[in-house]
Structures are given as structure tokens and as C-alpha cells.
Design a protein around this ligand. Structure first.
Ligand SMILES: [Mg+2]
Length: 257
């Protein structure tokens, strides 16, 4: 199950300015969740589901087993097949629930519920996303999605109605490494066949979509929509860093013109 979005709004996360200079890029790589699409109704959080059966999930425990705690990780042994990956997800869920003191008999029902919710999650493309992707493509720009996701990224893209709108799709689950690990960016470069300094990388998470891409040679664009919560991966001084910023995808068209 991908990371649930935060909903708390922070005035410190508004973009400093829309990008306004031309970049002669040959490719644009997009993060998926909270960049091209989101789920308006994510469903109950792990904390809520665990509380419903009488246990407590400390935030530190969830982070370590699930959300940001695994970002940057290599996991080749779990990326040999979908079955391997699903088994790894299962073992991480069990490890997290073990730390909550939950018996395996209770865990089984909870994990089944989490999978049911995740399998039917409603994912919607942002309003401007289809037109922005189509316009970029009409200019001959190669498009890719690079996401920290599970094995079923293609299905999530289909749920958002974006199948066929990009040339290359790369999920961390398939690569065996999660952003901001260098290997996932290198995998994108291999697939698009374009040097990273000729490519723009667009995403909403500082470490995964700005810091990692920048270190790999991409030009990053930090996307922070008005309703986003705090990006806890962003450093305190991120507003003083010279990074392209936008609050929706439309400025990508101007920047790359
Ligand atoms: Mg994202």
C-alpha cells in the first residue's frame, strides 16, 4: 500500500514562484502520487484500523515499517516477481502489527482489509494532468512516470485514466530500489535513452523528487499544490534553494517551451 497523503496545510509550503525560463529538455519525468493523481478518499489510516481493533500504532513504528522509513532502500530480493513483492509487503505489515502487540489471528483480518481497501482505491488524475501530458507529447518530449509504488503501478495509472499518456513507467517495486536511491533514476535514464541533464523531474516530495533527481543530474521541479500538507522531507532552508517550483502542472509547459 503506498504512503497515505497528509492533509494538514502549511503556509510555508506555498511555491516561491512559478518557473519562467525556458529549458530545452527532451524528457519530463513525473512522480505519480500527488503529482499526476491523488485519491480523494484514501480510506482509513493504519492508525484508525488498528485502533478499531483495540491496539495503538505509534507514528515512529509506522514510519519505520512502512512509509518514509523504507524510502531509499534497495530490495532486490523482494523484486524478483509480484509474488515476492506481495510477500514482502505482507511481512512488513506483520512486523509492524507485531510491534503493536497484535496477535496474528487479529492481524490476518486486518491485513486482508487493508488489501481490500488498497485494491479498490479511487485514484483521480489532477484536472490539468491529461492536457499537460498531451501538450508535452505533441512537442515530441519523451514522458515517464517514476514512482515509489508497489507492483501494480500500471493498474494505478489506469485507475487515474492515464494509461498510454507516457512513454515509460518505472515502479520502485520492479527496480528493486526506492527513490531517492540512485538506481531508480538510473533505471529511468536507461529506459528513456536521454541524458538526465536533458530531462526535467517533477514531483511533490523533496528527498525523492528534488534531492535525489538533482544528485542524479536531472533538473528538478518541486510541485506543492495548495492543499498539500507539510513535506517533512524538505529541509528548513528549502525556500532559499534555487529550485523550480510550481503549484500545479501547467507551469511545466512554460518552463519547457
Ligand atoms: Mg508523490
Amino acid at each position: 500500500m503506498p504512503t497515505a497523503p497528509t492533509t494538514r496545510t502549511s503556509p510555508t509550503c506555498s511555491p516561491r514562484s512559478a518557473p519562467d525560463r525556458n529549458l530545452p529538455v527532451k524528457a519530463v519525468i513525473f512522480d505519480f502520487y500527488n503529482t499526476l493523481a491523488e485519491s480523494p478518499h484514501w480510506g482509513p489510516s493504519w492508525q484508525e484500523m488498528i485502533a478499531e481493533v483495540g491496539f495503538d500504532l505509534p507514528a515512529e513504528v509506522q514510519d519505520r515499517w512502512w512509509n518514509d522509513g523504507i524510502d531509499g532502500m534497495e530490495h532486490d530480493e523482494h523484486s524478483q516477481s509480484r509474488d515476492h513483492y506481495v510477500a514482502w509487503q505482507q511481512s512488513r505489515m506483520q512486523g509492524m502489527l507485531d510491534e503493536c502487540g497484535m496477535p496474528r489471528s487479529t492481524q490476518d483480518a486486518l491485513i486482508a482489509r487493508a488489501r481490500e481497501i488498497g485494491g479498490h482505491r479511487h485514484i483521480v488524475a489532477y484536472d490539468e494532468a491529461p492536457a499537460v501530458l498531451a501538450e508535452l507529447r505533441s512537442r515530441g518530449i519523451v514522458l515517464a512516470i517514476c514512482s515509489n509504488w508497489d507492483w501494480d503501478l500500471e493498474e494505478a495509472i489506469a485507475a487515474a485514466g492515464l494509461t498510454g499518456s507516457v512513454d515509460v513507467v518505472v515502479s520502485s517495486a520492479w527496480v528493486g530500489a526506492r527513490k531517492p536511491h540512485r538506481r531508480i533514476y538510473d533505471a529511468v535514464v536507461d529506459r528513456i535513452g536521454i541524458a538526465p541533464d536533458d530531462a526535467l523531474f517533477v514531483g511533490d516530495t523533496w528527498t525523492c523528487d528534488v534531492e535525489g533527481p538533482r544528485a542524479a543530474g536531472f533538473v528538478p521541479l518541486y510541485l506543492r499544490r495548495a492543499h498539500f500538507g507539510v513535506d517533512k522531507t524538505a529541509p528548513d532552508d528549502h525556500h532559499r534553494q534555487a529550485v523550480h517550483r510550481a503549484d500545479d502542472l501547467t507551469p511545466v509547459l512554460t518552463l519547457t517551451r
